[in-house]
Design a binder for this molecule. Sequence first.
Ligand code: NAI
Ligand code: MG
Length: 338
Amino acid sequence: MTRYSIAAIPGDGIGPEVMEAVVHVLEALSDAQGGVCFDFVELQAGDGAKAETGMALPPGTLGAVERSDACLFAAVGETAKEVILPLRQGLDLYVNLRPAKVYPNVPHARGDVDLVIVRENTEGLYTRIGGRGPDWGVSLRVITRRGSERIARFAFDLAEREGRRRVTCVHKANVLDATCGLFVEACRDVAAEHPGIEYEEMIVDACAMRLILEPERFDVVLTTNMFGDILSDEAAGLIGGLGMAPSGNIGEGHAIFEPVHGTAPDIAGEGVANPMAMILSARMMLEWLEEREAAAALEEAVVEVLREGKTLTPDLGGSSGTGEGAASVSRRLAQKEF
Ligand code: NAI
Ligand code: MG
């Protein structure tokens, strides 16, 4: 039996609700599968932690995440920039991997979407270098060759590993020639090392439109930090909304898996948040831990529950709560033969 120590950061708003759901599901998975089990180490961070201790990311949290085998992160509120950005940058989690795929029975814009956004996660406009005075603000956009090459390598390796055909480099080099210019140059160099994968370039504003009009033409979208942030919420809108969008922040040896959504203050406390984005983030974590059988079983259980359609949350047109959705996934897992 492989035992994993999982750092769990529930955070604020619907964060603790979806975290409870995923812990329930992973415990059911370990009961059913027998080959894996999890020790959860709960860590405080976010608006609540700041109100209590004065610090959104208490000292020790980063070290605890570093010592864990992997981390599950739900969502934090207004302090997001003080929590998730230092975690991503502090652990050098340079990949933000955001798949967007249509699952059965989910109200969606188009049926044939199965793309993955590979977003650079440590540079760009999110380094928070800059400043402001009363009448001005400056945010410095930092792009390096090393940062661009390693994210491009990850995108092409992923395309090869997953049998994907095409990598689309999304940029704004026509205007941001210094930063996006360098990014595109690095992507071209890496593309030349992978002649088996089709490579194309697209300007970000055109990409935003084409994602709506012809999402099926996209396969791997390779882009910089802020463009990836925006395009991934857009992609989530194509596949049933933020309640269905998982992600992984991945580096060398460390990774944090989190739903794309935030704390959803409009529904927090009502127990109706869709747990699937968090559960599918746990599936990505299992893949990363190379627990492929467990990852596949978890995704299968999610698909079965969605297809059955009896315990869908309101965002998917149902009337069930977060806990009922998670309990259905757990029940399906319990019936599986490993
Ligand atoms: P949001 O993602 O929290 O919510 C946007 C919309 O999607 C809302 O209508 C919400 O009800 C819905 N939604 C989100 N997750 C859902 C789920 N699991 N099930 C059903 N519906 C869901 O984004 P918003 O409202 O812009 O931000 C709220 C707070 O979250 C802000 O304080 C922001 O800073 C924080 N945030 C934190 C992130 C993180 O922790 N990584 C990421 C994005 C936002
Ligand atoms: Mg975002």
